[in-house]
Each structure stands twice: as C-alpha cells, then as structure tokens.
Design a protein around this ligand. Structure first.
Ligand code: FPP
Length: 246
C-alpha cells in the first residue's frame, strides 16, 4: 500500500460556484455554467498533461432537478454541446468518457449521444474521464444493492460483503478517488461518491469553478503530496512500512 502519494491516480471534483461567479459579474447564472463547461475542457487537458489517469466530475446531482427549469435546460444543452464539440478532440488525446448516474431521466437524444461517445472512446486509456450526471451517492449504493440481489437471488442479505457491493457500484472498474477537490468555498460532499470516498483526501478551495485553472490544480496537487495517508493505521505503522519499502 502506498503511504506517500506523490500524485493522485484518481481525482474527483465538485465543480461548485458557477452561479456565484456569474452573480458577482451581474450576469445570469447560466453564463456561469457556460464558463464552467469551458473550465471542464481545461482541467481535462491539465490532468492528462500531468499523467493523472482518472478524473471524475460531478456535473449534475439527483437533487439538481430542483433548480429553475431554464437552468436545468442550460445544463443539459451544455452537456450535449460538450459531447458534440469536445469529445472528438478529447478522444484524439486518449480520453475515455464514461457517464455514471441514472440516465433514464435524460432525453432520448442525450442518452443516445452519451452512449455513442462512450462507445467511440472505449478503447482510449490516457485519461478515464467519468462524468457523474443525475448521480447521487445514495442512489448508487441503493442500485448496487438491488443489482447484487438480482444477480444472487439465492443468497441472503447476510451473505453480502463490502467487496461484493463495491463490484456493483457504478464506479466498479475505477479505483477509489485519492483526492477530492471542491471549489466554491463549501466544505461538504453533497451526496457525491459516498462509498468510494471513505479514504479520499479532501481539498476545499474558495475559488469558484470557472476560476479554477492549471495553477489552482498544481496547488491542490502540492497539498495532496503533503498528506500522509494512514488508511486506518497509526503514524508509526505508516513510517515503518515506508522504511521497509525504501
Ligand atoms: C455547481 O455550481 C455546478 C453545477 C451544478 C453544474 C456543473 C456543470 C458544469 C461545470 C458545466 C457542464 C458540465 C459538463 C461536463 C459539460 P452552482 O450552480 O451550484 O453554483 P453556486 O453554488 O454559485 O450557485
């Protein structure tokens, strides 16, 4: 087990603050989301350049349907535009796209575009980009439990082990995030990857998402490199394991 993580293998990001970024400039919230979508492209590239292998972005939560209809519609449009415009370029850069969440609530057109982008990039390995859309951590745990029961109809709930459930989560083939970044000044995880972030290092930063750039990412990575990850062990155990490994 690695105790001195020079660099995270998997970064998860809660891209918060688009609305406040716009409000500060007397612009409609939707303009903030457009700027936020441009920030997505920038950060995907920055992660690929830094050899980060997994990036998971929280684009739309199960609770975001409660927003004004025009804002929900802008977010859906941005998602479509992103799939239309950016995916071909990103695919050339080796980005593999996956979308996690309950996509049945999306329009048939958006569902088809997501499936096409996933298929077109399935062979890419440079950066695994996962977009969480209509996603909620509680939803994920529930759907995994149901899927496990469906696959194992003869087993009882008492047979269910942690590793069994993990295999049915929507992130089953991804490593757990090493680093969570949340922009926008809030210090909470807002029903994101609840199960998967049991040992994730959490970095909360005041910058609004549209302002989070390559230099901000570098700062987050520097902070991460200073963390000692104990995974439940003591400082002494961690130090001994590091000495034994060197
Ligand atoms: C949170 O800011 C942001 C969102 C709910 C949406 C994030 C979406 C994008 C960055 C653009 C689309 C994404 C992709 C993958 C193309 P907020 O609106 O809650 O901001 P506030 O807290 O300042 O109101």
């Amino acid at each position: 087990m690695t105790t001195e993580p020079a660099q995270p293998q998997h970064i998860a990001i809660i891209m918060d603050g688009n609305g406040r970024w716009a409000k500060k400039r007397f612009l409609p919230r939707t303009v903030g989301h457009v700027k936020g979508a441009a920030g997505v492209r920038r950060i995907v590239k920055a992660c690929a350049d830094r050899d980060i292998q997994y990036l998971t972005l929280f684009a739309f939560s199960t609770e975001n349907w409660r927003r004004p209809p025009e804002e929900v519609s802008t977010l859906m449009d941005l998602f479509v535009q992103y799939l239309q415009k950016e995916m071909a370029d990103m695919s050339k850069e080796g980005v593999r796209l996956r979308v996690i969440g309950d996509r049945s609530a999306f329009s048939a057109d958006l569902q088809a575009r997501i499936a096409a982008a996933e298929q077109a990039t399935a062979h890419n390995t440079t950066l695994h980009l996962t977009v969480a859309a209509n996603y909620g951590g509680q939803w994920d745990i529930l759907q995994a439990s149901r899927a496990w029961q469906k696959a194992n109809p003869t087993l009882s709930i008492h047979d269910l082990r942690e590793q069994d459930l993990a295999a049915y989560l929507s992130t089953a083939d991804l490593p757990d995030p090493d680093l969570l970044i949340r922009t926008g000044g809030e210090s909470r995880i807002s029903n994101f990857l609840l199960w998967q972030m049991a040992y994730t290092e959490m970095y909360f930063v005041d910058d609004y998402w549209p302002d989070f750039d390559e230099a901000s990412l570098t700062k987050a990575l520097t902070w991460f490199a200073s963390r000692v990850r104990r995974f439940g062990r003591t400082d002494d155990q961690v130090a001994n394991a590091a000495n034994a490994a060197s």
